[in-house]
Design a protein around this ligand. Structure first.
Ligand code: MSP
Length: 502
C-alpha cells in the first residue's frame, strides 16, 4: 500500500492563529483527505513551534511563563483547527519530551559525525525571523527584509553546524528529480542561494534557557529552528521506533511558505545528511496571502482570525475559498468581496443549485425515488475526464485546478439539465434518464469535492440515500460511471449553501 506523509510548518505560539496559518493547514488537510480516498496509508502532521526568543519575549509581554504562553496559544491553534475540520493524525508540540528526545538524538549524531563544532559569530539578527542575516541582505543596511523592522547585533560563542560542507550534496538532492522542490522557480532560488556560497551556521545559544538543552554542553540550548525542523522526524518515531521512522521517511511532503524555503531546502536536508539520514522527498512551496498588497501578519495589523470568516461563510465556504481561489504557489490577494463572489457562484449557484434542483424534480416527477443513471449517458465520459483531471491536479498539489475540474463536471451536469428540461417534461423513461445521470454526477462530485467541503458533501451523500459517507469510496474505481444504484429515496432538505448578499 502506498504511504502518504504530509506536514504543515509548526506555528509559533507567540500569538493566535490567523488565516495565513490556516491556508497551509487547510491545504495539507485536503491533500490528506484526498490520499485517504485513494486508499493510501496517510499520516498528517501539524503542530506548534514553542521555543526561542520570540516566544519567550511574547510570554514576558503577556505576563506569563514561556510554558504558559505555549499552552495558551497551542490550545488556540488546536481550537482553530477543530473549527476548520482539520483531520490531523498528530499535533506535535516542541516542548513535549518526545521532541526533546528526538532533537537530542539527531543532533548528537551530527555532532558525533564531526559536523558540529564550537566557534564564535557575530552579525545582524532578526528576532521575528529567529535568523541571522548578512548585512547585504538588509533593507537600507538596517531592516529585516521580511519584517522591515530593525535587526539586533548579536555576538556569541556557539556551536556551529558545518553547513558549508554540504553544498554539493544539497545540489545533488535538489537536482535528483523534478519534483523535489516545487514550483521549479523555488528550486532555482535555492540553487542560486547555494551557488552564492554556504556559510557555517550558529545553532546553539547560551543567552537563552527556553529551548532544547545541548546534550554534550547543557549550558547551551539549540537555536529554535534546529529543534523545530526535527519535529518532522520526531513525530514518526525518530530515535525511539526505528522501524516506524524508516516506514515513513524520507517519502514526506512538506507544505511550506516561501519565507521558510532556506530552512527547509538547505538547512534541513543538510542536517539530516549530517546525521546520516536521507533528505526529504518533496517540499511544496506556496506564496503569501496578501491583504491590500501586504503579507498578512499580526505585526502588519491585518491578521484575520479564521473564526471571523467561518462565521460568515461556514467551514466549507472558508475551506473552499482558500483551496480554489488561492492558487498554490504564487502570492494571492485576499479579498472579502472575491470570497463572497466565489461562494455565490460556485457553492450557492453551481453546486447548491444542481443538488436542490435534482432533488425537487425527483420529488415531483419520480415520487421522490431516484432513478438509475443511463450507462450510455453523454455525461459518463465527462465524469471520467473530471475524475482523471482532478486526480492529476491533487497529485501535483494544485487544489485549485482539482476543484476547477470538479466544478466543470457540475457545470456540464447543469447544462445537461438545461438542455433536457426534465421539470417541463411528463414523467417517464426520458425524465428518469436525465435525473439518474444527474444523481450519478452528484454522487461523483460528492466524493471529488469531499477533501475541500467535507460537511456539505456528507450532507449531500445522505440526501442521495447513499450508505456510509463519501470518504468510504475508493478513488478512482468507486467513481466509475453507474455507481448510483437508483431506486432509493432522495431528500430535498435546506439549501446546502445559502446565497450571501453581495
Ligand atoms: N515556526 C516556523 C516554522 C517552523 S517549521 C519547522 C514559522 N512559523 S510561523 O507561524 O511564523 O509561520 C508558519 C507558516 O505560516 C509559514 O510557512 C508561513 O509562510 C505561513 N504564513 C504566515 N503568514 C502567511 C501569510 N500571510 N500567507 C501565507 N502563509 C503565511 O515560520
Amino acid at each position: 500500500m502506498a504511504r502518504f506523509y504530509v506536514t504543515t510548518p509548526i506555528y509559533y505560539v507567540n500569538d493566535a492563529p490567523h488565516i495565513g496559518h490556516a491556508y497551509p493547514t487547510v491545504t495539507a488537510d485536503a491533500l490528506a483527505r484526498w490520499h485517504r480516498l485513494l486508499g493510501d496509508e496517510t499520516w498528517f502532521l501539524t503542530g506548534t513551534d514553542e521555543h526561542g526568543l520570540k516566544v519567550a519575549q511574547s510570554a514576558e509581554a503577556a505576563g506569563r511563563t514561556p510554558q504558559e504562553q505555549a499552552d495558551v496559544n497551542a490550545a488556540r491553534f488546536k481550537e482553530a483547527w477543530a473549527a476548520l475540520d482539520i483531520t490531523f493524525d498528530d499535533f506535535i508540540r516542541t516542548t513535549e519530551p518526545r521532541h526533546h528526545l528526538a532533537t537530542r538524538a539527531l543532533l548528537q549524531k551530527a555532532y558525533d559525525n564531526g559536523f558540529i563544532e564550537l566557534d564564535s559569530y557575530e552579525g545582524p539578527y532578526c528576532i521575528a525571523c529567529e535568523a541571522y542575516y548578512t548585512e547585504s541582505e538588509l533593507i537600507d543596511g538596517t531592516l529585516c527584509p521580511i519584517h522591515r523592522r530593525p535587526v539586533e547585533w548579536f555576538k556569541e560563542q556557539n556551536y556551529f553546524f558545518r553547513l558549508s560542507r554540504f553544498s554539493d550534496r544539497i545540489v545533488d538532492w535538489l537536482t535528483s528529480a523534478p519534483d523535489v522542490v516545487m514550483p521549479e522557480a523555488k528550486r532555482n532560488e535555492v540553487l542560486g542561494f547555494i551557488r552564492g556560497g554556504l556559510e557555517d551556521v550558529s545553532i546553539t545559544r547560551t543567552s537563552l534557557r527556553w529551548g532544547v538543552a545541548v546534550p554534550w554542553a547543557p549550558e547551551h540550548v539549540f537555536y529554535v529552528w534546529y529543534d523545530a525542523l526535527i519535529n518532522y522526524a520526531t513525530a514518526i518515531g525518530y530515535g525511539v521506533d526505528d522501524d516506524r521512522f524508516r516506514a515513513w521517511w524520507p517519502a514526506v511532503h512538506h507544505i511550506i511558505g516561501k519565507d521558510i524555503l532556506r530552512f527547509h531546502c538547505v538547512y534541513w536536508p543538510a542536517l539530516l545528511m549530517a546525521a546520516g539520514e536521507d533528505p526529504p522527498a518533496h517540499v511544496h512551496v506556496h506564496g503569501f496571502l496578501l491583504v491590500r498588497g501586504e503579507k498578512m501578519s499580526k505585526t502588519a495589523l491585518n491578521g484575520i482570525a479564521p473564526a471571523d470568516l467561518v462565521a460568515d461563510f461556514g467551514v466549507d465556504g472558508f475551506r473552499y475559498h482558500f483551496l480554489r481561489d488561492q492558487q498554490f504557489g504564487p502570492d494571492g490577494d485576499f479579498s472579502y468581496e472575491q470570497m463572497v463572489a466565489r461562494y455565490n457562484a460556485d457553492l450557492a449557484n453551481n453546486f447548491g443549485n444542481l443538488a436542490s434542483r435534482v432533488a425537487s424534480v425527483v420529488a415531483t416527477k419520480c415520487e421522490g425515488i431516484g432513478p438509475a443513471p443511463d450507462p450510455a449517458s453523454p455525461l459518463a465520459a465527462l465524469a471520467a475526464a473530471a475524475v482523471a483531471d482532478a486526480a492529476a491536479a491533487w497529485q501535483r498539489v494544485a487544489p485549485s485546478e482539482a476543484l476547477d475540474a470538479t466544478w466543470k463536471l457540475i457545470r456540464d451536469a447543469n447544462a445537461h439539465l438545461e438542455a433536457h428540461e426534465p421539470w417541463k417534461a411528463d414523467p417517464g423513461p426520458g425524465v428518469d434518464k436525465v435525473l439518474g445521470d444527474a444523481l450519478e454526477v452528484l454522487r461523483i462530485v460528492a466524493v471529488l469535492a469531499s477533501p475541500a467541503i467535507p460537511r456539505a458533501t456528507t450532507r449531500l451523500w445522505q440526501r442521495l440515500g447513499m450508505p456510509g459517507a463519501p470518504e468510504d469510496v475508493r478513488v478512482p474505481d468507486g467513481l466509475a460511471w453507474g455507481g448510483y444504484p437508483g431506486g432509493i429515496p432522495v431528500q430535498k432538505g435546506e439549501p446546502l449553501f445559502p446565497r450571501l448578499a453581495s
